[in-house]
Design a protein around this ligand. Structure first.
Ligand code: DUC
Ligand code: ZN
Ligand code: ZN
Ligand code: ZN
Length: 466
């Protein structure tokens, strides 16, 4: 078995910071020992990675991506191959993507289709959540089977009537089933019925520009849906994970529920922490680059999201990576903002944006690892195989240069999309060497990974629940 030692770096996990060397055998970490100690000095290995002056962190776990998602009459522009390669470049070594049950279809058909897209194509490890597109007697029963296969979380939509929508009765039934079988319900919490009325009214009034996307998807319709989802989960006796929280008032709903002792969890995304309605209002049709749902909010919301991350009312930062090219895809909504495919690219940028948040004093280094690696792994049943550096864990490790300065640009990124939501932004920190299960997949500016190295990861149920 190949032995690798990573020497001289500062190992950072959610729990601690250690000046330690890391010994890897094959695909796994087997030991850590203080750098310079006789134990560490005694290790011999075929590969030695010098991490002097660098951080040694667990590979990122992005618990919310949509590779190749068919949406808005088109399809997300990153395939599993291009999207996982870009993730690796950005220091993310596991994604949890969403398989989709279509209306009239079964969970099995949806899951098989997503396995077929991913298998043999991923550069890094991957797992699936299941989108419940159609809550029926049949799909409720199938949930049990999927939990047994390691697909242990199910996304429902209070938004998008006619596309992905579940009414309160269906939501309640799915939550009851989840309470029973251990599946975690993930909620897209926006009142889609009310939003559709506002969309129609806006378009009728000639308000067709991208910025109106932010106005019609009103903050209070996120807060209301979040509140309703929490109450339905409480009635069902089920835990709840609210995805892509963007509104301060929705954070307040989560915080209140948590104060009551409910198992309610919240995720936000880099776009809500770093971008705002100012971007949606960029001149011409530029704002289309920033159309996603939930929408970007006015800048004032950012402070509440950072606060939520500090107080643990929000626990996870995922990307909701769902890229559409500006040319030919976002352009479908010229003259009608409601036809702009919803989604932003970001799988490559998340670890660096959050490191910038460390530099800027929003979060500590350990909290960075907690919200980007350890908690998503625990939330979705992948810990401690993923999300930490410890004996027995997969050797998904990033040697991270905290002093490297980079300028984010579509000209240099690896995502298959023709723009960057963070174009021109200067960030401090960059992944230097990335290992996926012991294999170096990125080394400086060289890509050494391969499609098919990444394996499907069956997951346990949420590790925050008894
Ligand atoms: N939101 C997005 O922005 N894209 C895909 C689906 C979603 O809910
Ligand atoms: Zn969503
Ligand atoms: Zn409320
Ligand atoms: Zn999503």
């Amino acid at each position: 078995m190949t032995r690798t030692v990573i020497r001289g770096g500062l190992v950072i996990t959610a729990a601690e910071e250690l000046a330690a060397d890391v010994l890897i055998e094959g695909e796994q970490v087997v030991a850590l020992a203080s750098s310079g100690s006789s134990v560490a000095e005694g290790w011999t290995a075929e590969h030695v990675i010098d991490a002097t002056g660098q951080y040694v962190i667990p590979g990122g776990v992005d618990a919310h991506t949509h590779m190749e998602l068919p949406f808005g009459g088109t399809s997300a522009s990153d395939t599993f191959e291009t999207g996982t390669r870009a993730a690796a470049w950005g220091g993310t070594t596991t994604i949890v993507d969403f398989a989709v049950q279509s209306v009239g279809g079964t969970l099995r058909e949806g899951l098989d289709a997503w396995h077929a897209k991913a298998e043999g194509n991923c550069a890094i490890d991957y797992a699936f959540h299941m989108i419940l597109g159609d809550v029926t007697e049949g799909s409720l029963k199938e949930m049990d089977l999927l939990v047994g296969e390691g697909v242990t979380s199910f996304k429902l939509f209070m938004a998008y009537p006619g596309v992905f929508y579940s009414d309160d009765g269906k939501i309640l039934r799915a939550m009851q089933r989840g309470a029973d079988n251990g599946g975690l319900i993930m909620m897209h919490a926006e009142n889609g019925i009310a939003i559709d009325v506002l969309v129609e009214q806006a378009l009728a009034a000639g308000k067709t520009d991208p910025r109106y996307h932010g106005e019609v998807r009103h903050e209070l319709l996120e807060a209301e849906a979040t509140h309703r989802a929490i109450k339905l989960a409480q009635v069902a006796g089920a835990p709840l994970y609210v995805v892509h929280v963007s509104a301060a008032s929705a954070v307040a709903e989560l915080a209140a529920a948590r104060r009551q002792g409910l198992n309610v969890f919240g995720e936000t995304c880099p776009q809500y922490l770093f971008l705002s309605t100012d971007n949606l209002a960029e001149p011409g049709f530029e704002g289309a680059k920033y159309v996603c749902s939930t929408p970007l909010r006015p800048k004032e919301h950012q402070a509440e999201l950072w606060k939520g991350l500090r107080t643990n009312d929000l626990q996870v930062v995922s990307t909701d990576h769902c890229p559409f090219c500006f040319v030919g895809q976002k352009e479908l909504g010229r003259g009608d903002f409601s036809k702009i495919p919803n989604g932003l690219p970001g799988v490559e940028n998340r670890m660096d944006l959050l490191h910038q948040a460390v530099v800027d004093g929003h979060i500590s280094r350990r909290r960075w690892i907690e919200i980007a690696c350890a908690t998503p792994a625990r939330m979705f049943g992948l810990y401690p195989r993923k999300g930490t550096i410890a004996p027995g864990a997969d050797a998904d490790i990033v040697v991270y240069d905290p002093a490297a300065v980079q300028t984010v640009s579509a000209a240099t990124h690896h995502m298959n999309v023709d723009y960057s939501a963070y174009e021109g932004r200067q960030l401090t920190g960059k992944a230097r060497t990335v290992l996926s299960r012991g294999t170096v997949v990125v080394d400086g500016d060289r890509y050494l990974g391969r499609a098919g190295h990444g394996r499907f990861q069956p997951r346990a149920t949420c590790q925050y629940l008894v």
